[in-house]
Design a protein around this ligand. Structure first.
Ligand code: PGA
Length: 261
């Protein structure tokens, strides 16, 4: 695990965008796993700037999103299809046909989940998966007690996740979907690199547990300790409860030149 603590969310987002941009420049056919939520928005903003001002080219990139609500039409303002279009896709040149987001309106949900997994396999797997983290440790919508070997499937959102997201649904809990399709923990662990972002003091406890606690399905993010290439990009507030934060800073400051971004 590499834990990168930056002074602000903005600085962390620029680091995250540079990690993604380096991958895309080195391999224009990269397969990116993308995330929704408030956390990655500034990273997407920086990628859009790099596309416009520095010619960062997404024309051969393929994308897979982590999750989608069940039962929201794709064009619903709070669907993750809409979110991705507004915050990234409409501003860059990734071809529509290379974008994959689970279809929460599918008539046959298990078949849709199997189709999604097959699509990931068909392109040779995901090179880098961007992740946020829920205050309860969820990655994607793999809520606590999710199998650490799970694949893409339907999940029931916890009351906490629904309450956290009610702000996007006019603060009306009744409007927040009960179910989602999410990439599984096992699916995420198969990605060649994972890049988890967490900003703000409300993530400090869960980050301390995810990075330094015991591996447990009660906090699915803890399994990332077993991933060979997992990077956590944090701001000071999200990293504030890490016992070894001075060591993580020391590692970052003393990186060999060739590893610098
Ligand atoms: P947030 O969500 O980025 O809106 O905090 C993160 C998550 O639930 O994974």
């Amino acid at each position: 695990m590499e834990i990168i603590i930056q002074p602000t969310p903005e600085a962390g987002s620029i680091i995250a965008a540079r990690i993604i941009a380096r991958l895309v420049r080195e391999n224009p056919d990269s397969v990116l796993g993308l995330a929704t939520g408030a956390t990655p928005v500034a990273t997407y903003r920086e990628l859009i700037r790099m596309h416009r001002e520095e010619g960062l080219d997404f024309s051969r990139v393929t994308t897979f999103n982590l999750d989608e609500y069940v039962g929201l039409p794709l064009e619903h303002p709070q669907s993750y299809h809409t979110f991705m279009d507004e915050h990234l896709f409409r501003h860059i040149n990734v071809p529509r046909g290379r974008i994959h987001i689970p279809d929460g309106m599918a008539a046959d949900i298990p078949a849709e989940c199997a189709r999604f997994e097959a699509a990931i396999r068909a392109v040779g797997g995901i090179d880098l998966q961007l992740l946020g983290i829920g205050a309860n440790g969820h990655i994607g919508f793999n809520e606590p007690a999710s199998s650490l070997a799970s694949r893409t499937r339907i999940k029931t959102l916890t009351a906490q996740s629904r309450a956290d997201n009610a702000r996007h649904f006019d603060n009306d809990l009744a409007k927040v979907p009960m179910h989602c399709i999410t990439m599984g923990v096992g699916t995420i662990m198969d990605c060649r690199q994972v890049l988890l972002l967490a900003f703000g003091e409300n993530k400090a406890d869960v980050i301390a547990e995810a990075c330094e606690g015991a591996i447990s399905a009660m906090n699915p993010a803890t399994i990332l300790q077993m991933h060979p290439v997992a990077k956590f990009v944090l701001d000071e507030a999200a990293g504030a409860k890490l016992r070894r934060r001075d060591y993580y800073r020391y590692v970052w400051e003393n990186k060999p030149e060739w590893q610098r971004l």
